[in-house]
Design a protein around this ligand. Structure first.
Ligand code: CS2
Ligand code: MG
Length: 402
């Protein structure tokens, strides 16, 4: 089965998505997500200019060989742009293989290892009362696990707060918005937030919390220890994790579970974290970590060391990515949890999905392939709309991790 055509569509149904469409001489079409928030056109160009010409004429069934060809064969390897581009090709080829076999992709990955995939939703508020209302909304929808974030008193803007939008979206404006941050405002607030939510809702729901790479290792150790009585499911990205050995220090001080990996692109980014058991959940995503082929390799390494999966599933990963993640989640032995933020209504005009949510669990569905279709004509109604993630500065004006 030969690849006869491939093309990249950049559209903004609610937000920007980069979608790869691959066609074969059997008449099958596969879809991959190549969205990299704030750097969409770099991946689109990498694919259109450097990858698509190499795909034409290749055997669509040879997924592993194509992966190796694009990774090892290119000499220049790793990095978010390269690995997102490879991921889009990989997912499109799994989609085609599933359609050729007449099977959902999870069946090709070994079949269902569980009945459903536990997901966590995002609750947030401009203050703790606003957060309560959002937690209640999630509980009413059946969520068993909820991420809790609130605006931090003393700071003008805080990551992770949805505001009026039904889906949290940090990217805005044709130039990056500048946020202000001071860790001292956060350190005492995080335990207060957890105490408040546990007092109000008890211990029958899993609570998660994202620190978005903002703390130093010793600050993370302190907050992790202070949160222990409130039993978080995890704290996410406490420190910028390119410094993997920093997690040794955090680990020495707290039993609060640690989750890291949404900005990782390869197994090498997580090697030390996993093999030294410095984290509990690895959060790499299918679309930023080289696709299903490479993500499964990351999760297999993690399995050896008792680390579970917890894939990134923000709204800037398209429905194609979310579906691909659900196929992996359903089939691996060491699944932990899956992030699920959902997508804005406009995305439904372009993507038709086969996955479903019920009582806090998701299932990828049983359509052949990934189970998501993409309407190219509808996508044309939503032209690319340049938007950037914020840049973060401390109150003294120096640049801080966002
Ligand atoms: C966040 C993301 O989902 C998460 O855990 O960290 O919303 C992240 O900020 C965005 O995906 C960045 O594009
Ligand atoms: Mg995060």
């Amino acid at each position: 089965m030969k690849i006869t055509d491939a093309r990249v569509i950049v559209s903004a149904p609610g937000r920007n998505y980069v979608t790869l469409v691959v066609e074969t001489d059997d008449g099958l079409v596969g879809y991959g997500d190549a969205t990299l928030n704030g750097r969409e056109l770099a991946v689109a160009s990498y694919l259109s200019d450097h990858v698509v010409p190499l795909l034409i004429g290749r055997d669509a069934h040879r997924i592993e060989d194509t992966w190796q060809y694009l990774y090892r064969g290119a000499y220049w390897r790793r990095g978010p742009v390269t690995m997102t581009a490879i991921a889009a090709v990989d997912v499109a080829l799994w989609d085609i293989k599933g359609k050729a076999a007449g099977l959902p992709v999870y069946q090709l990955l070994g079949g269902a290892a569980r009945d459903g995939v536990m997901v966590y939703g995002h609750a947030s508020g401009g203050d703790l009362d606003g957060l309560d209302a959002d937690v209640e909304r999630h509980l009413a929808q059946g969520y068993k696990a909820i991420r809790v974030q609130s605006a931090i008193p003393g700071l003008d803007a805080t990551y992770g707060i949805a505001g009026a939008s039904p889906v949290y979206e940090p990217a805005s404006g044709a130039r990056p918005q500048e946020d202000r941050w001071e860790t001292s405002a956060y350190l005492d607030f995080a335990p207060r937030l957890f105490e408040h939510v546990r007092d109000r809702f008890g211990y029958g729901v899993h609570l998660l919390h994202d620190m978005h790479h903002r703390l130093s290792p010793i600050e993370a150790a302190r907050v992790g220890a202070a949160l222990e009585p409130y039993r978080p499911f995890w704290i996410e990205d406490p420190t910028p994790a390119e410094d993997q050995s920093a997690f040794r220090l955090i680990r020495q001080h707290t039993t609060t579970p640690l989750a890291v990996g949404e900005v990782f692109n390869s197994i090498w980014d997580a090697q030390q974290l996993i093999t030294e058991r410095l984290i509990d959940y690895i959060r790499t995503s299918v679309s930023h970590t080289g696709g299903i082929t490479h993500l499964r390799r990351v999760f297999s390494l993690a399995e050896l060391y008792g680390v579970r999966s917890g894939s990134h599933g923000a709204g800037d990963l398209s429905p194609v990515s979310l579906a691909a993640a659900l196929h992996v989640d359903l089939s691996i032995p060491n699944f932990g949890i899956q992030e699920y933020m959902g997508h804005l209504a406009a995305a439904e005009e372009v993507f038709t999905v086969g996955y479903s949510f019920r009582d806090g669990y998701m299932h990828p569905g049983d359509l052949p392939g990934i189970g998501v279709s993409f309407d190219e004509e509808a996508a044309k109604r939503f032209p690319y709309d340049p938007k950037y993630l914020p840049v973060n500065r401390r109150l003294d004006g120096s640049v801080h991790d966002w």
